[in-house]
Design a protein around this ligand. Structure first.
Ligand code: PMP
Length: 289
């Protein structure tokens, strides 16, 4: 595997960073995951826009303009095998003596990119759907930033694995925002479906603004699928006809079991079938250019 580190492409075995890197010490950095289909980065402008939002959120200057990023991304794709890849971009506040406050004067950020094989869900998983558990969303209040500090997400995802499930659906309890509502998954966005309407939690500080989430809502709008962007309360999650999970690597998946009980009739539903097909068509059209 060829990676990119601070201006140089190299085999992953040769890559080294300092133990004083603020990513290692504090989790002080942000990242992106960009899917590559047929050797083309999918929705790269949108991913780079979200990267800028994350960098602005942690007050770290973007080390590259979008044209430079696109060039680096193109080179990384070229240097790795596989038609479909999952690109990982990672920027930290660099190497400095340990101190919580930002290094002053600023130091060069650490820029790291790697490519992994993109493994989308199997036909079997698409047919069966996945089982999920719910858990209280105990993360911070800037979930809109794609921070590399993922310990809460790691622990929440492991709860699903320990229960033999695929993902943890997070329920935020916030009296100011109004009661108990669904935010997202530990590493995905979640939609509910009720009486033929797609229900999407708003893109606020409680969720990562998913690129796949946006595509799904655009497809719903373009195809006359009833949809509402609004809070989805905990009771609505458990009473939903369908639950859908989206992410760049999982694309669109049906959640057919929640906390051991069937979602709707326990099978992937009509909304899943429709959106999954639209997503695949959309991907194909975009890749054809
Ligand atoms: N929410 C969280 C917490 C995530 O980590 C991710 C990405 N893995 C998503 C949502 C989905 O975002 P995207 O569609 O851009 O992959």
């Amino acid at each position: 595997m060829m990676i990119y580190l601070n201006g140089v492409f190299m085999p992953v075995e040769e890559a080294k960073i300092s133990v004083l890197d603020r990513g290692f010490i504090f989790g002080d950095g942000v990242y992106e995951v960009i899917p590559v289909y047929s050797r083309k980065a999918f929705r790269i402008e949108e991913h780079l826009r979200r990267l800028q939002h994350s960098l602005d959120g942690i007050r770290l200057a973007n080390p590259h303009g979008n044209a430079e990023w696109a060039e680096l991304v193109g080179q990384l794709i070229e240097r790795n095998a596989g038609e479909d890849q999952s690109l990982y971009l990672h920027i930290t506040r660099g190497v400095a003596r340990r101190d919580h406050a930002f290094p002053n004067p600023p130091v060069a950020p650490t820029v790291f990119m790697m490519s992994n094989p993109l493994i989308t869900p199997s036909a079997e998983l698409l047919r069966s759907g996945i089982a999920c558990v719910t858990a209280p969303d105990n993360r911070w209040l800037r979930c809109d930033l794609k921070s590399i500090a993922l310990l809460p997400n790691v622990l929440l995802r492991q709860m699903a694995v320990d229960a033999g499930c695929a993902e943890t659906v997070l329920i935020r309890s916030d009296p100011v925002a109004g009661g108990e509502f669904m935010t997202e998954g530990a590493a995905s966005n979640i939609f509910a479906v009720k009486n033929g309407t797609l229900l999407a939690p708003p893109k606020d500080n409680f969720v990562l603004p998913g690129i796949t989430y946006d595509v799904v809502l655009e497809l719903a709008a373009a195809n006359g699928i009833p949809h509402e962007v609004r809070r989805v309360m905990k009771e609505e999650v458990f009473a939903a006809d369908e639950l859908l999970l989206t992410s760049s690597t999982k694309e669109v998946l049906a959640i057919t079991q929640l906390d051991g009980k069937p979602v709707g009739n326990g099978k992937p539903g009509a909304m899943f079938a429709r959106l999954y097909a639209l997503y695949q068509d959309f991907k194909r059209d975009v890749m054809r250019g």
